[in-house]
Design a protein around this ligand. Sequence first.
Ligand SMILES: *Cc1c(COP(=O)(O)O)cnc(C)c1O
Length: 371
Amino acid sequence: MPRPIEALIHQAALAHNLARARALAPDAQVWAVVKANAYGHGIENVFEAFRAADGFALLDLDEAQRLRQLGWRGPILLLEGCFEARDLELCSRLKLWHAVHCEQQIDWLAMHKTHEPHRVFLKMNSGMNRLGFMPQAFRAAWTRLNALPQVDEISLMTHFSDADAKRFGQDGIAHQVAAFQAATADLPGERSLSNSAATLRYNQRSEVRADWVRAGIMSYGGVPDFPEHDQGHWDLKPGMTLRSEIIGIQQLQPGDTVGYGSGFTADRAMRIGTVACGYADGYPRHCPTGTPVLVEGQRTRTIGRVSMDMLAVDLSELPQAALGSEVTLWGQGPKGQVLPIDEVARAAGTIGYELMCAITRRVPVTVEPLT
Ligand SMILES: *Cc1c(COP(=O)(O)O)cnc(C)c1O
């Protein structure tokens, strides 16, 4: 028997979450963001669930190619555009739309030989300071692009650094929205501003509303503004479950320790279970004692340090737990109980995004198809 760990991909939950993005932005088209192999879920595993999207947004040409091979003929957007001039050939061949965020990418386009002009998303740096043209340089970039025979429609895009922040104004995204609106006011073209956090929190504001939203983490059931809000608040469902089983049981006496570095010392008699899941599966090693976990759907806590292939859980209050009991590291328990990935991420000092993306290759993936 293989090691009893697996990642379950819940296509019905993914479809539900994408529908939430659409409901929150009813006048917009929705990009399903599937970069990083669909946030670790596997592009092939999420494709059916996200078919209702208006397009797929990602970064890797290889992933774009896989989407075309799956039969997707609709829009695909390369969020970072091309990494070298040659990439434009594949954009032409696969009909990819691509971001343009710097002068060099315009230079490449100007030299590109293509029969069909490209649709591009011109990116503004409105304060994130990662990619994009500064507001004062934006119009010149647009004018240059607009003069190229290689370019068809030009859409306008920016990305928020603080859409998950407590407030819209000042320390939130208000200044980014204002910078974008001011610099693009009289330019034609479709607009795309919001990521998941802005779609969830701010799409009711007319200055944030746009033609396209880019739904990433929310489509997978992750909450960008956790712990201010949780999955229940936004009506999102876990798209991924990481589950395993108890493969060993130990009885502890007061003073006994658990795991490497004797990181946990029992202060009373305890029963603990050893779970076939460790950091080599993608479970964060930084999770301290007390990280929430479900055993047969009931909440308990981890004990001691996470090792490469195993971790320990407290069974003192779970007398029915035994060898073979199902353990939910995050996601949906056996009877639909939910352990949000955001809670586990928080215990590890990180965000749900990182945990999803970090599931390792040795973890077998099972897809629960749409019914
Ligand atoms: C990843 C990404 C998104 C999606 O962000 P989420 O927070 O996951 O919704 C949107 N836009 C760009 C440019 C991105 O890189």
